[in-house]
Write a protein that binds this ligand. Structure first.
Ligand code: MG
Length: 399
């Protein structure tokens, strides 16, 4: 590992973070980590312990691998994380096929180099998100790498349709899938009072942008992450929920002219792009390009993961019955799942929240876990499932 030179920084940050398993899942596959000048959120996927291991391995690798001083170093650290996830999966058959999203923010030298104003580097792969809140409001920095996000960019879906689309969990990029994934990055000028939110999809699938903006801007930064996560759990908690809030508490003022728009992502990979972003104004050409690029990634993903596809388990809807399936309904790829058992609990008997979760499918580690969850559904048939989640389980951290 390259030793890191201590650097004098022109900005100062405070952070707060929180994560919660949610109200449906047994295991928290999200992970949040921070190191010197670097802050990371990851959302893992994969049966058994896979997702949990993938996200933890990836965040640790980024924290350790980021040695500064620039955006390229952060992108490099994400590549090291990808390699670490692949190597760990190759070494343990139980972890085969695991993957993770990842987003990170780091303080780096600005365009003037060391000694000049600092910049913030942001990276993203998958559908965890980075937002920025400033006096002008909430803006999303990162782009989702998902099937529905590609269809929104192609004009085929509206953002509102995408937000509730049953296949919104299908990713087109993640760590742990291929040797050289495309990683998006940005370099942004920080300003006093900026608040950045790094979060997993379990947060923004429960809270809309208006509510995220309200909560993110209200109260001390180190308390905000816990409130965001707690409210997402109360609003549904269908997935693991993680938030990391970074506030610029010492830094340059926003210029009177305001902030420039968030620039387009710089997608980088070592061997050249395989997945090209659609170009041109012709919507049909754009859609064809999008479908082509999505198909290319899906095919590549299937090639990589087909051996492990049967290893997943999930609870889903089988023609009006709650059922257990083998396979992967969503996540990193989408295979035809195999029906395992079911038929003795009608979907119509479930409360709204549980029914919605089952319709969306609930990944589980094995058949035993599936049966236990379904037993839990039975004991709550007339009541909302876990209507009073114990939010004392929200794990918070600040620095
Ligand atoms: Mg998630």
């Amino acid at each position: 590992m390259v030793a890191r030179r201590p650097r004098r920084r022109s900005i100062r940050l405070v952070i707060g973070s929180a994560t919660h398993v949610g109200r449906i899942r047994d295991v928290n596959q999200d992970d949040v980590a921070s190191g010197d000048d670097v802050y990371v959120v990851a959302d893992g996927m994969g049966g058994h312990r896979g997702g949990e291991v993938a996200s933890t391995v990836a965040t640790a690798a980024v924290v350790q691998g980021f040695t500064g001083p620039d955006r390229a170093s952060l992108v490099h650290a994400v590549r090291l994380a990808n390699r670490a996830v692949l190597e760990r999966a190759a070494a343990d058959p139980e972890l085969s096929g695991m993957g993770t999203t990842l987003c990170a923010l780091a303080v780096v030298d600005g365009p003037g180099g060391q000694g000049g104003p600092d910049a913030l580097a942001v990276v993203n792969i998958g559908d965890s998100r980075v937002y920025r809140l400033d006096a002008g409001g909430l803006v999303r920095v990162s782009d989702d790498h998902s099937l529905v996000a590609d269809l929104v960019r192609a004009g085929e879906l509206t953002p509102d349709e995408a937000a509730v689309h049953p296949q919104r969990n299908i990713l087109t990029r993640a760590l742990g899938i291929e040797a050289d994934p495309t990683i998006d990055s940005w370099e942004l000028p920080p300003a006093l009072g900026d608040r950045f939110l790094l979060c997993s999809d379990g947060l923004f699938n429960e809270l809309d942008d208006v509510r995220i903006s309200e909560l993110l801007g209200d109260g001390p930064a180190h308390e905000v992450a816990g409130r965001l996560v707690a409210e997402a759990v109360v609003e549904g908690g269908h997935d693991n929920v993680t938030a990391l809030v970074v506030e610029v508490v010492d830094g340059p003022e926003v210029p009177p002219s305001g902030r420039p728009a968030i620039p387009a992502a710089r997608p980088e990979r070592i061997t050249g792009p395989v997945l090209s972003r659609p170009k041109g104004d012709d919507p049909r050409a754009t859609l064809r390009a999008t479908i082509g690029s999505v198909a290319a990634v899906v095919i590549a993903t299937i090639l990589v993961l087909s051996l492990s596809a049967g290893q997943g388990w999930f609870i889903g809807d089988d023609d009006g019955d709650v059922a257990v399936f083998r396979g992967r309904p969503s996540g990193i790829l989408w295979f035809d799942p195999t029906f395992v058992e079911g038929g003795d609990l009608r979907m119509s008997r479930l409360d709204d929240s549980t029914r919605a979760a089952v319709l969306e499918t609930i990944p589980v580690g094995n058949l035993k876990e599936a049966r236990r969850l379904i037993e839990g559904f039975r004991s709550h048939l007339s009541d909302p499932i876990l209507s009073n989640p114990d939010l004392s389980n929200v794990n918070t951290g600040d620095q």
